[in-house]
Write a protein that binds this ligand. Structure first.
Ligand SMILES: Cc1ncc(COP(=O)(O)O)c(C=O)c1O
Length: 374
C-alpha cells in the first residue's frame, strides 16, 4: 500500500493536498448558508418537533416505506418555489445530478455541458454514456455552433448548465439558452444549487430572468445551500417526476432523507417565500463587500451574486493566505486545482446574511494587512 503514501506526498509537494478544518470558533466566510437559515429558530423548531415525534432516520428508500408526509409537504412547497407542476426529492445535489442526467440522456443521445459545470454534472455526463460536448464557459455562440453541426444527428439533446456558477459566482444567460433550446428542440437542465434563495426574490434563476417554466426545462436545486439543510430536488412536469421515480438509480437505490431534515427544510422554503426582501438584502451586502474588497491588491470577481472569488493565482500563496486568515479567526478555504484551473487558486468568499457589514469590513482590513506583508 506504499503507493498511497507516495500519492499523498506528491500532492503535498504540488500544494494540492486537501485537509478538513474544524469550523469551531471561526467566522465562516465560505459556507453556502447564504440566508443564515440553518440556525433560524423556526427551522430548528420544526426539525426538533419531527425529530421527537418520528425519530432520526427515514428507515427506507422512497419507494419502500421512506416517503412520509414530511417528504410530500417539502416536495409541494419546492414545486411552489420553482413554479413547476411537480417535484421529487433526492438525497443530495450530487445524487440528483448523477441520477437525473443519465435518466434523461443515454447511449446515442447528446449532452452539451458548460465548461465550468459542477463536478457532479461532469460525473453524471460520464455515467450517462451519452456523447458529451463541452462548450466554452458562457459562450453561447459556441453552443449554437455545436447545435447547428450536431443537432440533426441525435434524437434527444440535453443542454446542461449551472445557473449560478459555484466557483466563479457568475450567472449563465438562461434567456439565450432557453431560446436555443426552442430553436433546436432540446431539453435544458438547470443546476440551481446556488441560485435557489439567492437569485430573483429567492425562487432562483428563472425568476431572475423573468422566465416562466416550460415543459422542456428540468430544474435541479439543493437543500444544502441557502435552504440551510441537506438534500436536493428535481422540479419539472408531473411526467418527468413520475419517470425519475421509475428510473433514477440514485433515487431508487438509496434511503430517503431523514424526516426532521424535510420538516426543517420545508419551513426554510416557506420563510424564503414569505420574505422576498431577503435577496435584496443579500445583494446589498454582497455589493458592499465587493466594493471594499476591490481596493485590495488581488483580482476580485464580482458578478452581482454572493459568491465573490478573490483570485490569488499560485496554489502555495492561496494556501498560505488561508492558514494566515485562520490564525486571525476567519475560515475561508483556498480553492485549488482540480476544482479550478491550475494557477487560478482562489479564496472563495461567500456573503451571508448571518453576518453584518462590519464582519466583512473587518475581514477586508485583515486580508489587506496580510496581502501587503506577502
Ligand atoms: C452547482 C452545484 N451542483 C451540485 C452540488 C452538489 O450538491 P450537494 O452538496 O447537495 O451534494 C453543488 C455543491 O456541492 C454545487 O455547487
Amino acid at each position: 500500500m506504499d503507493w498511497i503514501e507516495r500519492y499523498l506526498t506528491e500532492l503535498n509537494d504540488r500544494n494540492l493536498y486537501r485537509e478538513r478544518v474544524l469550523r469551531k470558533d471561526l467566522i465562516d466566510l465560505c459556507s453556502n448558508d447564504y440566508l443564515g437559515l440553518r440556525n433560524h429558530p423556526q427551522v430548528v423548531e420544526e426539525a426538533r418537533k419531527v425529530l421527537e415525534e418520528e425519530g432520526l432516520g427515514s428507515g427506507a428508500s422512497q419507494l419502500v416505506s421512506g416517503w412520509t408526509e414530511h417528504h410530500r409537504e417539502l416536495e409541494e412547497v419546492l414545486a411552489r418555489l420553482k413554479g413547476t407542476p411537480s417535484c421529487v426529492l433526492f438525497g443530495s445535489g450530487y445524487l440528483a445530478n448523477i441520477g437525473t442526467i443519465p435518466a434523461l440522456a443515454g447511449e446515442g443521445d447528446l449532452i452539451l455541458s458548460d465548461q465550468l459545470n459542477h463536478a457532479s454534472i461532469i460525473d453524471a455526463c460520464r455515467l450517462s454514456r451519452a456523447k458529451t460536448i463541452v462548450y466554452r464557459h458562457r459562450d453561447y455562440d459556441h453552443l449554437k455552433d455545436i447545435l447547428r453541426k450536431e443537432r440533426e444527428n441525435y434524437t434527444k439533446v440535453l443542454i446542461v448548465t449551472d445557473s449560478l456558477f459555484s466557483m466563479d459566482g457568475d450567472v449563465a444567460d438562461l434567456a439565450t439558452i432557453i431560446e436555443l433550446s426552442e430553436e433546436f428542440e432540446t431539453m435544458v437542465y438547470i443546476d440551481d444549487a446556488h441560485a435557489t434563495g439567492t437569485l430573483g426574490k429567492g425562487k432562483g434563476s428563472l425568476e431572475h430572468f423573468g422566465i416562466t417554466f416550460r415543459e422542456n426545462i428540468i430544474i435541479m436545486g439543493t437543500l444544502s445551500k441557502a435552504i440551510g439543510a441537506y438534500g436536493a430536488f428535481i422540479c419539472g412536469t408531473e411526467k418527468l417526476t413520475e419517470y425519475l421515480i421509475n428510473t433514477a438509480r440514485s433515487l431508487i437505490f438509496t434511503t430517503s432523507l431523514p424526516p426532521p431534515v424535510c420538516a426543517g427544510a420545508r419551513r426554510a422554503v416557506e420563510l424564503i417565500l414569505e420574505n422576498p426582501g431577503w435577496c435584496d438584502e443579500l445583494r446589498d451586502l454582497s455589493e458592499h463587500t465587493a466594493k471594499i474588497l476591490k481596493v485590495l491588491p488581488a483580482e476580485v470577481i464580482y458578478s452581482g451574486t454572493p459568491i465573490i472569488p478573490i483570485v490569488i493565482g499560485e496554489e502555495s500563496k492561496a494556501l498560505s493566505l488561508e492558514v494566515n486568515l485562520r490564525s486571525k479567526g476567519y475560515l475561508v478555504k483556498a480553492i485549488r486545482y482540480p476544482t479550478v484551473e491550475k494557477g487560478r487558486a482562489r479564496l472563495r468568499l461567500t456573503v451571508s446574511l448571518r453576518y453584518s457589514r462590519k464582519t466583512y469590513e473587518d475581514f477586508a482590513e485583515v486580508l489587506e494587512g496580510i496581502l501587503s506583508g506577502m
